[in-house]
Structures are given as C-alpha cells and as structure tokens.
Write a protein that binds this ligand. Structure first.
Ligand code: NIG
Ligand code: FE
Length: 409
C-alpha cells in the first residue's frame, strides 16, 4: 500500500535515532510545502518546496497546508489501574499531602486494592479506552508501567494486560515492571523484605515470561530509600532489564544521583533534583523524564528543565497519566506547561515529546522522527507551526492521525 501525504505547510521534526541533549535538543528540521511518501507503513521519501515524491499512490491525504510532526511518544504512564481516586481531592484541598494520604493507606494503596479486585478483562477494556483517547490526541507510542498489583499474581496480571494491549491496539505500548511502586499492606513496616521478595520471586518470573523491557522503582521519602532502590535496580540489571527510577519527586533522597551512577535510561519527575544529582545524570547519560502536569496537579514547583539542558541532560516530557497525581493523558497540556513553566523553546519541547522519549523506551530507531526508514507515525495539527501548539491551551489540536501509514482519525 502506497500513501502520499501532500500539501503539508510545515513538517517539523527532530532528526536522527539518538537522544538530543544540550543545544541539539533545540534543533528541529522545518520543511515547508512538504510531502511524505509511505509504503507499507514505512516512510519512503520526504520532499519539500512543493516537489512531490516519485511514483504512483493508492491513497492520498491532503494536509491542507497545516503542520505535520512525528506522532507524540508518551514515555511515562501508569495506564492500567482499577477505580479512580476523586475522593482524595477534598482531603488534598484541606491540606493533606500526597505522601500523607499514602501513609494513611490511601493513594497508590487505594488503587492497589481496586486493581487486585479487577479482572483482566475489566482492566483491558478500561485501558484500551484510554489508548483510544491518547491516539486521538496525537500520541502514537506509549510506555505503560505495572505497579498497582504489588504481588506476583497481580503484577503479572497487569503486565499481561499491557502485553495484550500492545498486540491488539493500534498504539505501540512498551512495558515496564514497577513492582517497587509502594509497600503493599501485607508487608507494612517491612520494606526490605518486600524488596527481597520482588528480587527473588517477581523479577525472575517477569523476565522468564518476557513481560517487560524496563524495571522502575519509586525512590522517595517513606517509600523506598536509595539503598533499597539500588538493590532492586541491581537485581533488575542482573536479569537483563534496563532501568528507570522515579526520583526526587517530592524530596531529593539521592534518587537522581543513583540514576546517573547506575546509568539508568531515565529518571522520572526530578522536581526536587539538586546539582549533584543532575551532574550524576549528565555523566551517566540518563534522560530526564519530566512530568509537568503532575507538578500542576500536586501544586508543586516545576523541575529545573533549563538547568538540565544546560548540563547536557537529554530532556523528555511525558504525561505520568495515573489515577492519583495526574489523572490526565493529555500530552498537549504537558507541552503547554513545558513552554510556560519549564521555559523550554517549542523546538526543545518537540524533541522532548518525540525522539527523546522514544530513545528512553528503546524505540528511537523506529519512531520519534519523520525520516526515511522510520515507521509512518505522523500527526497533522490544526496549527501552522509548533509554537501554536505550545501557546493554545486546553483544546485537542490533533487533526489527522496516521499510525503505521494508516489514517486513524
Ligand atoms: O509517578 N509517584 C509515584 N507514582 C505515580 C503516582 C501513582 C499514583 O498516585 O497512583 C507518579 O506520580
Ligand atoms: Fe509515575
């Protein structure tokens, strides 16, 4: 099947299959009056200045002079969960902190109860609906974490749901095991024993079944400390997983420093990251997976994105979609916050929602840019340029979504 996308006012895309740091983060190609030829889901040619790719085509899409970009890559989601947590909002408005609610057995642990109760089918149907919504908002690849099961049976159930979604849904879904997301009630006060159980029983089983590519841990005050996180990460590495770590979301207890030292692929959140942690990440080649909608929803400050770019840390921006700290899967909203709060440029932000997260989930050679040989995941936006997407707020500006060369919307 040969598809021609023509009449693109501006095709804006990072270039290459590697993550972009420092001044490279802000370099995008801008091809005006462009066209893209696609064959069997793969980009075959990209042209500009009104020239058209050679050959005949089975199908044509008229981009009507609008902006085209690579499909967005959401590199951090907690896509699969039972129930919701709207009941927490009055508590938060009355002054309870995120960790206060967790310590009282709510928060993540409330979602764990509901996820354990939910069947595979219930979780699958609900998450599949979220993926539909994400696709319609211009996200064509996402990562998805387990971490609301917190025992062997329910972590495997979550990962099986993620696997089935990746196989059946048009979205590409990349699985991460996050058994170290909280200490489950049956291990209350025994965090070390819980980490040992994950290391001895769950990590090996997840590897044996091939259910995840990454392991992630919530390194945070009153959740897992740096020593526990290190133990879990070492075991995960021994079993061939690549590493991710929720670090410095609320307190800097050494998570970002550990991320760099262990050469984690990415460290997530980093709201409270200090100089030493950031220097360690720069040295370790760790991507900063920043989650500005979570800062917004928790009423926190924003991660020091400009300092990170200056230090040569590749910056990615993701949704953190989850039922507690960020019940939004709208990555366009994160783009707005990247502009207004992180003070990143539109070009840096486009890199942060395409090639940088693609590399942080090991898909940089397949997606994240519009170039010959890459998968044809392309979004046409109701906007003339990417600056407009950074500026307009609250609308879904995705006009047409092309996933693996097929028009989805
Ligand atoms: O990335 N901070 C830890 N995990 C999630 C929130 C999970 C939840 O509250 O359910 C996060 O923000
Ligand atoms: Fe998260």
């Amino acid at each position: 099947m040969r598809l021609l996308i023509r009449n693109i006012g501006c095709l804006q895309t990072p270039a290459g299959s590697y993550s972009h740091k420092g001044s490279k983060q802000g370099k995008n190609l801008k091809l005006y009056n462009a066209a893209i030829a696609v064959e069997d889901g793969i980009i075959k040619a990209v042209t500009e200045d009104g020239r058209l790719p050679e050959g005949s085509f089975d199908e044509e899409i008229d981009a009507e002079g609008k902006l085209a970009t690579p499909g967005f890559v959401d590199g951090h989601t907690h896509l699969v969960f039972g129930g919701y947590r709207q009941n927490e909002i009055p508590m938060k408005l009355a002054g309870a902190g995120y960790l206060d609610i967790l310590k009282a057995g709510g928060g993540i642990l409330d979602t764990v109860r509901k996820t354990r109760e939910a069947s595979f089918e219930e979780l699958y149907d609900k998450s599949s609906g979220f993926l539909d919504e994400m696709l319609h908002m211009g996200i064509t690849t996402c990562e998805a974490k387990s971490g609301y099961g917190l025992d062997l049976e329910n972590e495997l159930k979550m990962l099986e749901v993620i696997k089935a979604l990746g196989e059946k849904h048009p979205m590409d879904v990349v699985p991460t095991f996050m058994g170290a997301h909280a200490i489950p009630p049956e291990y209350e006060g025994r965090g070390d024993e819980y980490i040992d159980m994950l290391c001895n029983e769950v990590i090996p089983e997840v590897r044996k079944r091939g259910l995840a590519e990454f392991c992630d841990v919530f390194c945070e005050d009153s959740v897992f400390d740096a020593a526990q996180s290190r133990k879990y990460m070492e075991k995960a590495r021994e079993y061939g997983f690549e590493l991710k770590i929720h670090a410095d979301e609320i307190e800097d207890i050494g998570g970002s420093a550990l991320a760099g030292e262990m050469e984690a692929v990415s460290a997530e959140h980093l709201i409270a990251a200090g100089e030493a942690g950031m220097d360690s990440m720069a040295a370790g080649g760790t991507t900063a997976m920043l989650l500005p909608a979570t800062s917004f929803y928790l009423g926190k400050t924003y991660a020091p994105a400009r300092t990170m770019i200056d230090k040569g840390i590749p910056v990615a921006i993701a949704s953190d979609f989850n039922p507690g700290s960020c019940p939004s899967l709208n990555l366009q909203l994160a783009v707005n916050l990247g502009y207004l709060r992180y003070k990143m440029t539109p070009e840096e932000i486009l890199t942060a929602v395409t090639i940088n997260p693609a590399c942080a989930i090991n898909r940089g050679d397949i997606v994240g840019t519009v170039e010959e040989g890459k998968q044809a995941d392309i979004v046409i936006w109701n906007a003339p340029d990417f600056e407009m997407l950074c500026y307009r707020f609250g609308s879904n500006l995705a006009d047409k979504i092309i996933k693996k060369g097929e028009l989805i919307k």
